[in-house]
Design a protein around this ligand. Structure first.
Ligand code: MN
Length: 486
């Protein structure tokens, strides 16, 4: 992520003379360099904008630079905002308005009018904010001294989101099946997703995958089995069954790379002609490498998973499914029929072979483990409301299994919902959230809200402050607003 660049653009004007502008440039460079050392991307001072033409020139550079994922703007002095209109209208990357200052404390003893004119961010940032607001841009505003740890934390978080947004535009999903028959929530408008989220979702008949599977050599399988041996415990003597999964993994990865860089995969237990197992271990290991996965044709969750995995640095993030409740303790057991990411494992994953009572294929190999604990985690769902996508984000707490589940043949997670069990579940259902989610213990709720805003999709947040009646009202208003926005 450090290769990604966020350009720092400072607003000013010529009214205060060359000396002031020299200071403005020096300070801005110093501030950008300091910030750069505290965020996961590279922040570079680009220029001080003093006229409309200069803003346009700067934005052209920003738009053209492939490594550039966004800009930070700040007004050191007053910067008349009409000069920003043309440039901002051309801007194609996310913008964070950092309402900061070069000095933290006022120099009470020495302050005079020269100091006032040189350091008037409070003044300039308001003029700038007006025009951004007038242009209806959905930018981020972060407030604080540029060395303030809290402000830097927010900035670092936003930089990850901007990088995730850029990554999202490159996401390609290979789907080996259509959506499962009769299932509604996994459906969606792929063209809309391509236009607004950047996701390219392509279909490949499962026969194309089978061609790849047939070409996998025993030597390739040996090599991957060695990798499995390092990462996982072999809990079965049915080695041939495991080798079959290794073949699937090699074939899928090859197809994804050779056909044009797919980072998301979709399959369906009912569309496996020419294969004798549902990919379990194969998909789990691929998720551990950063691939997004969607089951039963759910391409939205595959693309969302790939994006969130990128933002999480491939840690603690993957496909989940709200499966079954403990209504006494207010818990949910999340899992899937096989494909739970080993990024969620708190115990060393064990390769096991068990029957699968669905799909009519042979017993598949899968990784079994207990899930991690994380007091602050999120579950995220993307649903198609018919006229726009709705991103639903819920705060959850991942908890330790309260009791051993020796007969559970899959990896899983257990969690508590925010704000509490009943309201958390009710809010999710009112919002239309899917059973498939991407859960993450690394990506934060705020980051997903910011990403949703960058995408320009409807964002619904369920957190500690959610109250059902006002939540329902919000959904109603939101629906009316979104009907007019597209
Ligand atoms: Mn499912």
């Amino acid at each position: 992520m450090k290769e990604k660049v966020v350009y720092w653009l400072t607003g000013s004007q010529t009214l205060y003379g060359d000396d002031v502008l020299k200071h403005v440039a020096q300070h801005s460079e110093e501030m950008a360099n300091y910030v750069s050392g505290h965020v996961p991307v590279t922040v570079k001072y680009l220029t001080t904008c003093k006229s409309s033409d200069e803003v346009v020139e700067a934005v052209k550079k920003v738009n053209q630079d492939e490594n550039c994922i966004g800009i930070i703007t700040w007004c050191h002095t007053f910067s008349p905002a009409k000069m920003w209109i043309k440039g901002l209208k051309m801007l194609q990357k996310p913008m964070c308005h950092f309402a900061t200052q070069y000095n933290e404390k006022l120099p009470y003893d020495s302050i005079d009018m020269d100091f006032m004119n040189e350091n008037q961010a409070a003044h300039g940032d308001r003029e700038f904010g007006y025009i951004v607001s007038r242009l209806r841009m959905d930018n981020k505003v972060i407030v604080g001294y540029y060395k303030d740890p809290e402000a830097l934390k927010e900035l670092a978080s936003w930089c990850v989101v901007a990088a995730g947004y850029a990554f999202s535009k490159t996401v390609k999903v290979a789907r080996f099946s259509d959506n499962m028959r009769d299932v509604a929530v996994t459906e969606g408008d792929k063209v809309d997703a391509h236009i607004n989220l950047g996701w390219q979702v392509d279909y490949y008949p499962v026969g194309d995958l089978v061609d790849y599977i047939e070409e996998v050599t025993e030597k390739e399988v040996d090599a991957l089995m060695k990798e499995y041996g390092k990462k996982y415990t072999m809990g079965t003597d049915r080695i041939d069954v495991v080798r079959e999964q290794a073949k699937y993994e090699i074939a899928m990865e090859k197809l994804c790379k050779e056909k044009g860089g797919y980072i998301g995969i979709v399959d369906h237990f009912g569309a496996l002609h020419g294969m004798n197992q549902l990919p379990g271990l194969a998909i789990q290991d691929l998720q551990s490498k950063g691939y997004g996965f969607g089951a039963e044709g759910d391409w939205k969750i595959a693309a969302l998973g790939a994006t969130m995995q990128y933002m999480a640095g491939q840690k603690g993030t993957g496909l989940m499914e709200d499966y079954t409740y403990d209504l006494v303790d207010g818990l949910c057991l999340g899992a899937h029929m096989l494909e739970v990411s080993p990024q969620f494992a708190s115990t060393k994953p064990e390769i096991q072979v068990h029957p699968l009572s669905i799909g009519g294929k042979s017993d598949p190999a899968r990784l079994v483990f207990e899930g991690i604990e994380a007091p602050e985690a999120i579950a995220v769902s993307m649903i198609d409301m018919g006229d726009r996508m709705r991103l639903i984000i819920q705060k959850i707490s991942l908890v330790k299994y309260p009791h051993p589940m020796p007969n559970l043949p899959v990896g899983g997670l257990m969690w508590k919902y925010q704000p509490n069990f009943k309201d958390g579940v009710a809010a999710w259902i009112y919002a239309g959230g899917a059973h498939h989610t991407v859960v993450s213990s690394v990506v934060t709720a705020q980051q997903m809200v910011d990403l949703g805003n960058m995408w320009g999709v409807e964002v619904v947040l369920i957190d500690e402050n959610t109250e059902i009646n006002s939540f329902k009202e919000k959904l109603l208003w939101s629906d009316a607003v979104w009907k007019t926005r597209r």
